[in-house]
Write a protein that binds this ligand. Structure first.
Ligand code: ATP
Length: 249
């Protein structure tokens, strides 16, 4: 990419591949995220969604292709370096330190942040609690004592403490009650409205994904089989891509 070009693409994968041993889980995936966009990644179990997110974040090694963050090839960089440059992952299972309080979990994340980026005031505990008010009464509770929805909110808060420009969220609704899902999406809505955070989220609930995202990417057997604007998208088309229904020609 020409370094003088405006940074109209925040995060990019070019022909990205990743494996688990012999099994190729992500196959030559190319995608682009523009600033402020919300993109939903959908696909059936085992389609490769988690592996793709982990490979973008640098937690899982790429086998081929490259990952670019604001025009810089970050493929050789380990996860913590990508965090410092504004890429944060909210992993499946959330991985909070269960014995530590929510506040302590947030403070640890703060230590891993990079320098503040232009025009970004940076996330403080106070600002995070403002954005996710449900956390206010929970700050001194051990993370292990939280409900699923509360844990998800705390995991998003922890990622925010690293000052991300791009947030990758795995399985937003998995294991949450419908009410907790509503709460988490309300938080995400506020986040993108107030902070303009760019979001790439894995969502099993197709209706929810289509309602919330600007674009939908469908992954099947490690490949992107559908990429479309969410507005006006025919749900049947996504379902067919999901399950690999072939049309006779
Ligand atoms: P799910 O919704 O079930 O989490 P997914 O779309 O996130 O699915 P991945 O978890 O990325 O898919 O899995 C992609 C493929 O890689 C699957 O075939 C899965 O069995 C395999 N896989 C995932 N993790 C591992 C692992 N640690 N070791 C071996 N194979 C794995």
């Amino acid at each position: 990419m020409n370094p003088n070009e405006p940074k109209s693409v925040l995060l990019e994968a070019r022909n990205l591949s990743a494996s688990h041993g012999q099994l190729v889980a992500v196959r030559e995936v190319s995608l682009q995220l523009k600033p402020g966009e919300t993109v939903a990644l959908v696909g059936s179990n085992g389609a490769g969604k988690t592996t793709l997110l982990r490979t973008l974040a640098g937690v899982h090694a790429a086998q081929g292709g490259s990952v670019w963050l604001q025009g810089v090839d970050v493929t050789p960089q380990p996860a913590h370096r990508r965090v410092q440059q504004g890429l944060a992952l909210v992993p499946e299972g959330r991985r909070l330190f269960a014995d530590m309080t929510v506040r302590e979990n947030l403070l640890i994340a703060q230590e891993h942040r990079g320098r503040q980026r232009d025009g970004d005031a940076g996330w403080s505990i106070e600002r995070v609690v403002q954005a996710l008010p449900a956390l206010a009464p929970l700050m001194n509770r051990p993370a292990g004592a939280l409900s699923g929805g509360q844990r998800q909110a705390a995991a998003i808060a922890r990622a925010l403490m690293t000052n991300p420009t791009v947030l990758l969220i795995d399985e937003v609704s998995l294991g949450l009650s419908p009410r907790a899902v509503d709460d988490v999406y309300r938080h995400l809505e506020e986040l993108r409205r107030e902070a303009g955070t760019t979001l790439l989220l894995v969502e099993q609930d197709l209706g929810r994904a289509m309602a919330f995202a600007d674009r939908v990417l469908c992954l099947r057997e490690g490949r992107i089989v559908l990429a479309a604007a969410a507005a006006g998208l025919d749900r049947n088309l996504v379902t067919e891509a999901y399950f690999g229904v072939e049309h006779a020609t």
